[in-house]
Unconditional design. Structure first.
Length: 160
């Protein structure tokens, strides 16, 4: 038996250190939290993604009394973009969350289902999706969903 290690690379930045385009994306994700329907958890998540043509698409979490029927902000944005602009790859995805105390101090990361969907977009368009995870104390900048989901599963795995 041999022990191995996985390492991920990410940067921590302040909003002012991001490019103008990335700052706008983060601000749009923050604003999208106002579109969340979170009557049960009172946890408001917004996502904004940048498409290859420069268009920005937002999403917000949508809860339901039948909890499995809700949808995360990330998938809300991705599925909306793919339904309306299927020929456009996703270049960057920004995520922000707040609760009754305001925006969270530390960034949140996408759930497992959202990570898999982001990975599928990378596989579909054969390009990484840059992910910006907003927190008041810093923004985690990740170059690919594979850094969040290192043992990934995509269509090509079934063909090996």
């Amino acid at each position: 038996m041999k022990e191995q290690n996985l390492n991920i690379r990410y940067m921590v930045a302040q909003l002012s250190e991001l490019s103008q385009q990335e700052q706008e994306l983060v601000n749009r994700a923050k604003a999208a939290t106002s579109n969340a329907y979170a009557n049960y958890s009172h946890f408001y998540v917004g996502a904004a993604l940048l498409l290859g043509d420069g268009r920005i698409v937002i999403g917000a979490n949508q809860e339901n009394a039948a909890f499995p029927s809700g949808l995360c902000a990330e998938r809300s944005a991705i599925f909306g973009a793919q339904s309306n602009y299927p020929d456009q790859p996703i270049l960057t995805l920004a995520i922000a969350a707040r609760n009754g105390n305001g925006f969270l101090k530390s960034p949140i990361s996408p759930c497992g289902a959202c990570r898999q969907v982001i990975l599928e977009m990378e596989d579909r368009y054969q390009r990484p999706v840059r992910i910006l995870l907003y927190g008041e104390n810093g923004i985690y900048c990740v170059d690919s969903s594979k850094d969040l989901l290192p043992f990934s599963f995509v269509d090509s795995n079934m063909k090996e």
